[in-house]
Design a protein around this ligand. Structure first.
Ligand code: NAD
Length: 209
């Protein structure tokens, strides 16, 4: 990508992509920022600003060209290249993520999982091998993204091992705050923090103000 897109905009890309792909599959050739706004629940001024970063300048009374946007999103999100993901900790949350396996996006796939327990987790997705955590170094085989769904107490140790294997990014679902080197990217996903900030916004920024 030549032009740097702000992080907040980049976060909305998959949302836009999914909607535009649906429109394209329905045979639609253009879309207005109002239609987009209603569908993805982002206000139309933000959409217009976001899209100006993509070089998509909607025309008044015409809207945006669906084909152009779709190609842009495919290129930017690299929809053709599959990112392989390893999941560590096949408990309640891990099993749910494996079963879901990002079926709505086709560029991210959990390809293997690890757990400490010998029991084979009951997953609907029988295609994903679940290895013993002892085999992490042996089996990871160049996978660069990992999802951590182990208990918090085990998180740092697993993260260290993943980093030694050359992992580039970790999506951390555990409440543990991890120490990682600068060249490894980490995302913390904490439902209680999300809910708290959601409730704060709900109370302090009522809609339509
Ligand atoms: P769980 O106990 O059902 O699953 C944890 C799994 O990790 C088990 O299968 C266990 O055998 C495995 N495990 C434990 N130590 C390990 C190790 N050293 N190496 C490999 N595997 C190991 O727990 P859960 O409910 O699935 O939660 C998992 C994590 O996700 C917890 O840290 C929890 O706090 C967090 N969590 C986060 C959210 C969220 O929204 N972010 C929601 C629920 C749970």
């Amino acid at each position: 990508m030549e032009k740097k897109i702000p992080q907040a905009t980049a976060k909305r890309l998959p949302l836009y992509y999914r909607f535009i792909l649906n429109l394209h599959n329905q045979g639609k050739t253009r879309v207005s920022s109002k239609e987009l706004s209603d569908a993805v629940k982002v206000d139309s001024a933000t959409i217009r600003r976001d899209f100006s970063y993509f070089g998509a300048l909607g025309k008044k009374g015409y809207g945006y060209n669906v084909e152009y946007l779709l190609q842009f999103f495919k290129d930017t999100l690299e929809q053709d290249a599959i990112t392989e993901v390893a999941l560590i900790g096949v408990g309640n949350l891990g099993t749910a993520l494996i079963n879901y396996n990002f079926s709505q996006s086709n560029n991210t796939k959990i390809v293997m999982a690890f757990d400490r327990s010998k029991r084979t987790a009951k997953t609907e997705n029988g295609n994903i091998p679940i290895y013993s955590i002892e085999q992490l170094e042996e089996k990871l085989n160049g996978v660069e993204v990992a999802i951590l769904t182990v208990p918090a107490a085990a998180a740092q140790d697993i993260a260290d091992r993943l980093i030694d294997c050359g992992i580039k990014g970790i999506v951390n679902f555990t409440p543990a705050r991890l120490t990682i080197p600068d060249d490894v990217r980490i995302h913390h996903i904490d439902l209680s923090v999300e809910l708290q900030s959601f409730i704060y916004f709900l109370k302090n920024y009522p809609m339509n103000e």
